[in-house]
Design a protein around this ligand. Structure first.
Ligand SMILES: Cc1ncc(COP(=O)(O)O)c(C=O)c1O
Length: 465
């Protein structure tokens, strides 16, 4: 009998006894290849020698001090490193998890407006298909149906605009530029409706990960929404908890886009699973206003700037630089995408293969021509089944349902560790293709693909929730 309260009470998790590189070994001796870094976390794979050595060495140092009074060199060095990656965001706050970082970015936006004499800026806008965290505020700004629906009565009210989805959102014959302009106009209209002087921030997951399956922005979109935010004094926050620090083949999605947001949140890959740590990178103008105003962060969290976690994250990030792993993620991403394209590009039930860097999504459809999909509980059954079948084939996958609007659609996310070899990528594709074919020939699943959608109570998110 376990005393742990598992995430699923219907099915016990698999006990892992060891792991090395991109392979996990269960207590029963089965080897499982990780095609998704767990959840886009294990960017260096498991038991990396350099990180193990750094952890052993750091064990002799101070692990934690109270940030109300103290700071440590590892926290300073990690902030220096992050600021060197994006000098336009030179101020760094260190927290524990992705949710902590996003929640604090939202609070900091409001503090900034208050210090500038605009406490009426109480509205937050995000994009429908996104996931920003598990706290009530971050969940209120997320489109993750399964995780938010029960809590709807107690979620703060927020406003949604469309996400940028070139595969489904573009009108026939519409260029990327025209599509980006149309989405930007929707943001403009939404801000006008709420009152331009009443909006605090626009929160964006620039490459939408778990909810949309690695959906990248169209060329020009980020610049267009940035211009609107600047015009209305709305802070623009990019949530790069999943996509940041190399995953998309560059450190930040906005690199080369000709703009920079006011804040970027980072998490998962920061210490690559070796420690729980997250960060917010902040522009100087936000820092300056607070420095010359209240001169304090109206926020406290016990594990902020944690010394041990900072030292481990720094070693992870130095390893990524020294081993050229951002460029490697870009190259391996292109290779994995080509392999998936060769194997599945013409598959009857694969509608789209997309992504950026080593962050790719395969969208599963009922019909390639109409782009019809499974919906509601049918979609959930498919993603649960393919995950199980892949595990039987020794492959950890990251499938999800609700790809289009939180209710309809399916995708599988690929985000292998940056250290995966070309041969590993080939093995991932082989095992996935086999698992997809076995899943689709499962009679229960085949029946779902052949039938009309069952009536389902789930409804996509409205504009204001
Ligand atoms: C984009 C994004 N933001 C925030 C979070 C929340 O991070 P955490 O689960 O570490 O709190 C996640 C987690 O999946 C995420 O993908």
């Amino acid at each position: 009998m376990t005393h742990l309260f598992y995430r699923s009470l219907a099915k016990d998790p698999i006990n892992i006894s060891s792991a090395e590189g991109i392979r996990l070994t269960t207590r029963d001796g089965q080897t499982i290849i990780d095609s998704c870094g767990g959840a886009c976390v294990a960017n260096l794979g498991y038991r990396h020698p350099r990180i193990r050595a750094a952890m052993k060495e750091t064990a002799d140092s101070v692990a934690w001090v109270s940030s109300a009074t103290f700071i440590t060199d590892p926290a300073e060095a990690l902030a220096d490193h992050l600021a060197s990656l994006e000098p336009r965001l030179p101020r760094v706050i260190l927290q524990s998890g992705g949710t902590d970082a996003v929640e604090l970015a939202l609070k900091l936006a409001y503090q900034w407006h208050c210090e500038r004499g605009e406490p009426q800026r109480v509205h937050y806008i995000s994009r429908r298909q996104s996931y920003h965290g598990h706290s009530l505020f971050t969940l209120a700004l997320s489109g993750q149906y399964d995780r938010r629906e029960m809590y709807k009565p107690i979620l703060p009210q927020t406003t949604f605009v469309s996400d940028c989805n070139a595969y489904r959102g573009k009108l026939p014959g519409e260029s990327d530029d025209a599509y980006g302009t149309r989405l930007a106009q929707e943001l403009e209209d939404t801000i006008q409706k709420l009152g331009p002087d009443r909006v605090a921030a626009f929160l964006v997951e620039p490459v939408t990960g778990s909810t949309a399956g690695a959906m990248p922005p169209v060329e020009g979109y980020l610049r267009k929404v940035h211009e609107i935010c600047v015009r209305h004094g709305v802070l623009l926050i990019f949530d790069e908890v999943m996509s940041g620090l190399g995953r998309v083949g560059r450190n930040f999605t906005h690199e080369d886009s000709g703009m920079c947001p006011d804040m970027v949140t980072l998490g998962k890959g920061l210490a690559a699973g070796y420690q729980p740590i997250s960060a917010i990178m902040i522009s100087d103008r936000i820092h300056q206003t607070i420095a010359s105003g209240s001169a304090r962060l109206v926020h406290a969290q016990t594990h902020m700037y944690q010394a041990f976690a900072s030292r481990v994250a720094l070693e992870v990030q130095r390893t990524i630089v020294d081993d050229g792993l951002v460029a490697a993620a870009d190259r391996k991403g292109q290779l994995l995408r080509a392999m998936l394209g060769d194997a599945l590009g013409a598959h009857d039930h694969v509608g789209d293969i997309r992504g950026m860097g080593l962050f790719l999504g395969v969208e599963i459809v009922k019909d390639r021509d109409t782009k019809a999909t499974l919906s509601g509980t049918d979609a959930s059954k498919f993603s649960a089944r393919i995950k199980d079948v892949a595990l039987e084939n020794g492959l950890l996958t990251y499938p999800a349902a609700g790809t289009i609007d939180g209710v309809s659609g399916n995708h599988v996310l690929f985000a292998p560790p940056f250290v995966a070899t070309d041969a590993d990528l080939g093995e991932i594709v082989d095992r996935f293709v086999r698992s997809l074919s076995q899943t689709l020939s499962d009679p229960g699943i085949a029946a779902l693909f052949a039938s009309q959608p069952a009536a389902d109570a789930r409804r996509p998110l409205a504009t204001t929730q």
